[in-house]
Design a binder for this molecule. Structure first.
Ligand code: ZN
Ligand code: ZN
Length: 365
């Protein structure tokens, strides 16, 4: 997408090499696709990026033109080698007298066996090295997630009237996805969740053929993607005036989410956000029905570091982008979740998803 703040892609390889100096290997074979995109700008579905004294992308003949063009466009210093023989290229470049780190969460057992048999150098598992660099976003990344979030906001506003037309969950989800694509999203962030009535009690329900009816709570969790960057938001609507139970759930979760967001600032422990949401819901009597963590990092992956949970060790820093998404799910009766994607700033936070939360009740005019 044009008109966005540029990203600092070219500086990322240098930061990775600095980081490798504190690890067990001077070279890293990057196999995770999001990590390859982050470091080089290359979006192809096949390829490995060797990073050390210099950087080499090994990919196949389908990407002869695309790979150098994408790498040039972001100004990354990466040599492109077209070859179907990754291990021969690695042996050529590394020889026997060094150690190569590999991404243990991405490389399969079969790939590892092949590399171990063919490579002359030593192999050592490394994990989370590039992911750690990805945690804090540069202004160009914040801008992309912000644009994705704005597209999601606008798409929801556009299709919201359908909630009054007895459409199925699947139909509503398809219209929402289509509205995001029309507004410029390159993809949806993940399979859109539209969970109505009793289905709203299932945190990750798939949209089905249940028709949305007056009296339902409808949980809608979705996001848009720009340049590989995701947004993530949830709103819960009451179709028609909510009964006392639904009104209480909406009020409890909306208040918990507000309290969680208000805490977001650099220097704050991520687990304190979780604690604020959880204790507010617990005091209201629904603690046992909030059975997931409060949030997660968002970026090139929809779920990435840092976690916002009771076990998180992260202290928030400016540049972190996280979700705040408490929920209450009462089996057989319904559920409510409210979620924003927020960026940690130098002195607090900025909500990237801005669709209002006080319009949860949808009533025919
Ligand atoms: Zn979500
Ligand atoms: Zn989320």
């Amino acid at each position: 997408m044009t008109g966005l703040v540029p990203m600092d892609v070219s500086g990322r390889l240098g930061r990775l090499v600095e980081r490798l100096a504190t690890e067990d290997a001077p070279w890293l074979l990057v196999s995770n696709r999001a990590n390859i995109l982050y470091l080089s700008g290359f979006t192809g579905s096949a390829g490995h990026l060797l990073v050390g004294e210099h950087a080499v992308l090994v990919t196949d003949g389908r990407y002869t033109e695309q790979a150098p063009a994408q790498i040039d466009a972001v100004g990354a210093d990466v040599e492109v080698v077209i070859s179907g023989q990754l291990t021969s290229v690695l042996n050529d470049r590394l020889g026997s007298n060094t150690t190569l780190g590999f991404e243990a969460s991405t490389v399969t057992w079969a790939d590892y066996q092949r590399m171990a048999a063919a490579l002359k150098c030593d192999l050592v598992p490394l994990d989370g090295v590039v992911e750690a660099l990805r945690e804090r976003k540069d202004p160009g990344e914040v801008d992309r997630i912000g644009h994705a979030a704005a597209i999601a906001d606008a798409a929801l506003a556009e299709v919201r009237p359908l909630l009054l037309e007895s459409v199925t969950e699947a139909h509503f989800g398809l219209e929402l996805d289509t509205a995001m694509r029309r507004a410029g999203a390159e993809e949806r962030s993940f399979e859109t969740i539209v969970a109505s009535g009793p289905n709203a009690a299932l945190p990750h329900a798939r949209p089905g053929d249940r028709a949305i009816e007056p009296g339902d709570l409808v949980v809608i969790d979705f996001g848009a993607m720009i340049d590989g960057y995701h947004s993530d938001m949830t709103r819960t609507f009451s179709v028609g005036e909510p009964d006392d139970f639904a009104a209480e759930l909406l009020a409890v979760v909306t208040e918990a989410q507000r309290l969680g967001c208000e805490l977001v600032a650099p220097g704050v422990e991520a687990k304190a956000i979780d604690h604020a949401c959880r204790s507010s819901i617990t005091v209201a009597g629904f603690g046992e029905y909030f059975m997931h963590g409060t949030g997660h990092g968002v970026g090139l992956d929809i779920h990435e570091a840092p976690a916002v949970s009771s076990r998180s060790q992260t202290v928030l820093e400016s540049g972190h982008i996280i979700t705040v998404e408490p929920g209450v799910y009462v089996p057989g009766r319904g559920g409510v979740r409210v979620e924003d994607t927020v960026a940690v700033t130098d002195d607090g936070y900025s909500a990237l998803t801005r669709y209002p939360k006080d319009l949860a009740v949808v009533v025919e005019q």
